[in-house]
Ligand binder design. Structure first.
Ligand code: AR6
Length: 182
């Protein structure tokens, strides 16, 4: 599934983000930047000590990464040169600012591509695992946030991938892309 917005290619792929051949991959982290399970665990295992060392330094310097914000580290042993860590919201029913925080994760991550020479970036489905955000809703928020960033910013990566681990998640993003009329 490919679609063109301006000069940016948005791709929805089913697969494992640790294998992505892009300049930066995004990690669905926690605000403490302490390694967890899910995609966070997979990225840290594949990337090795360079990621944990850089996260430890950010923890010392800044205390972590508040929900909705993003920080950048080297990619270590990954193909990707960088990992952008963002802390998604925990789903609490939808009336606690979850959608705004989730949109912010995507936009703050994209903002970090500027100045770091990142032409291609891959996102997982942030918050829809352990954090319990309903995937249909999260897909709409994610794609809308990316679309807004692309339309508003002058410096945008040429390739933005969503790498969705399982078929059900991939289907939700494909449906959302159609609904949003990208
Ligand atoms: N590639 C792509 N997507 C993946 C992969 C992978 N290798 N592995 C899992 N996913 P989750 P969250 C999908 O739980 O909900 C961690 O412990 C997964 O199927 O990883 O934001 C952190 O440290 C799901 O669709 O992230 C935090 O504490 C999506 O990635 C907390 O979990 C997100 O699931 C963050 O929870």
């Amino acid at each position: 599934m490919n679609t063109e917005i301006k000069q940016t290619d948005v791709e929805l792929i089913q697969g494992d983000i640790t294998k992505a051949e892009v300049d930066a991959i995004v990690n669905a982290a926690n605000s403490e930047l302490i390694g967890g399970g899910g995609v966070d665990g997979a990225i840290r295992r594949a990337g090795g000590a360079a990621i944990e060392n850089a996260c430890a330094e950010i923890r010392r310097r800044e205390g972590g990464c508040p929900t909705g914000k993003a920080v950048i580290t080297p990619g270590g042993d990954l193909y990707a040169k960088y990992v952008i860590h963002t802390a998604g919201p925990v789903w609490e029913g939808g009336n606690s600012g979850e959608a705004e925080l989730l949109a912010s994760c995507y936009q703050e991550s994209l903002r970090l591509t500027i100045g770091n020479d990142i032409q291609s970036i891959a996102f997982p489905s942030i918050s829809t695992g352990v954090y319990g955000y309903p995937t249909e809703k999260a897909a709409v928020v994610a794609l809308t946030a990316v679309k807004e960033f692309v339309l508003q910013s002058n410096a945008v990566p040429t390739t933005i991938q969503f790498i969705l681990f399982d078929e059900a998640t991939h289907t939700c993003y494909v449906d959302a892309l159609h609904t949003l009329n990208f």
